[in-house]
Design a protein around this ligand. Sequence first.
Ligand code: FUL
Length: 684
Amino acid sequence: MFRRMSLLAGSFLLCACSSVPPPEPYGAVPSKAQLEWQQMEYYMFVHFGPNTFTDVEWGDGKEDPRVFRPTDLDCRQWAETARNAGMKGIIITAKHHDGFCLWPSQFSTHTVRESGWKEGKGDVLKELSDACKAYGLKFGVYLSPWDRNHPAYGTPGYNQVFAGTLKEVYTRYGGEGIFEQWFDGACGEGPNGRKQEYDWDLFHRTVFSFNPDAIIFSDIGPGCRWMGNERGVAGETNWSALDTAGFTPGLGAPAPDVLNSGNRGGQAWVPAETDVSIRPGWFYSPATDDRVKTLEQLTGIYYTSIGRNSNLLLNVPPDRRGRIHPNDSARLMEFRDHIAVSFQTDLAQGAEASASSVRGGSSRYRAGNVLHSGYDTYWATDDGEQTAWIELLFPSEQTFNRLLLQEYIPLGQRVARFTVEVRGAGENWEKLTEATTIGYKRILRFPAVTASGVRVRIEEALASPVLNRIAVYRAPEQLSAPVISRNREGTVRISCATPDPVIYYTLDGSRPTSASRRYAASFPLPEGGKVTAVAILSGGLTGEPVTADFDIAPAKWSVPASAPKNASLAIDGNPSTVAYLPAGAPLIISLGESRCLSGFTYIPQMNTQAPHVVTCTFSVSTDGKRWVPVKKQIVFNNIRNNPVRQDVRFDKAADASYIKLEATETAGNGSVYAVAELSVITCR
Ligand code: FUL
């Protein structure tokens, strides 16, 4: 009976009554430009500048401009890579916090002109904007208002300088076509030690005077918003609406967890953009050539960004030649192939669609509209019907592990919560999963299920639901990359989340094959070395290799008896256990022997809001009494937003039996600082 009625509601009684008006938009809605932007889904971020050559994340503006010296710059190679990767545009750091301009700006003396590169005649913005045109990509610019070089920074006059800089970029590089303006909210000190009061209205007016459709990114938009972390993980609940009144970008922004999920019923349409780097840092460093994100990590990011109602801005930093490194481009192509295969065949095609009700009984809003890819046709219910269901009965059983849903966002984001059911043997419906919010696109992942139908039950909505797409896919199962860990004693273990693969590994940096050593049991590596491992399934399916580069193990290390209770967690070889130390108390470690050191590594707690060490001094001692500071005023730039491993090299190697880390500035309230792991880099 139930089934018959649904068919009646879904298809039998529909009329061609074109007079049934569409639902009224609900709450905040996207502008036409925001809708087009959302449909881009995936585009490239490019961090390039002096930091590429100096191995720092934030240049201080005092760097010699001549450090910027790409040997073989080729923006067409960037554009070709982006296009081949399936990306729709490129946003470049035209000016990062160091103030260095990648074009010969008349507003600065810290530019490509002063670098001497191409005899001072080079212009990266010109080359890239031309390359984007040639490859059919949109072009966008990151311009940091924070300028650690400009002498006017920190004075009211600087706002005019920055507006002039924007004007110059928009005039010279095709302003009306610049699709996104990326404003970093960071507001630190300038060369004169002062901070700037930004005139955001002026900056926005300037951009809009050239391109009224530009999408302005900041913590609070107005075009799109930061989604609260640099790990690539948008909220499982992700509203495109945000309450922005009373907030400013930067320190005055809503808390990161609010940015992560938006505001239900928020006043303004400010959709999330997920910015994340393919490497641990935003700028290229030769030290991260082996640490390009794995296919598994990138795929995970795809589902936690695009699959959660967010665009994905993936940073691919060009190397010192001025080209995208082969490790990055190879990974991008694997990623593109994996996504293309995953979403190649919509297994719901040919299904019979029906719903709890159809708006006005009109075929214009029929359930079957969700099966078609035309963006402007959708299934809708009558106003006031805020709980509803829609089901697809497949012509034959299908096996799938992905469900893709789209709301027709020109009418607002409406669905707050839904469950998914599948029709199994005996035509019984069983609950498969549940989730919150859909938005422009939502993709759910679950273990493969075989079913003859799928039903989406909207359990809660802010207004009658309007869906324009439901599709199911079978993405290839991924063989997880091995996880390589080493304990305090120096014993290496390799595991794999996928059951039963055989793991092979090498210790010389080469790519393992089935002819390499087979991992059978943990093995000792107390003196360190490079472990590269790969998982291979019995059918021959080979996963991607991963590398872990270890220095000496902390087996002989100890903290003084007087040290705070959990201090030893900083040297237990396990980055998931964290030592919280009182501010003002240094972390002193006895190495138990004398070692020649060339640097150290600080692993912070992997959480944006944790009390990270921001600045510190590192000292060594041969007797634990007389200390020599080997590196002072060490700054872990951007650690608050991007808490990843920090490697610090000394200017000169030093012999040490004891090491000491003194945190001089910490994130958080300043009462404690967190150390997940402290290790040394020995002279090799
Ligand atoms: C952050 C900056 O401070 C980083 O250096 C990077 O540019 C990132 C995209 O935004 O806020």
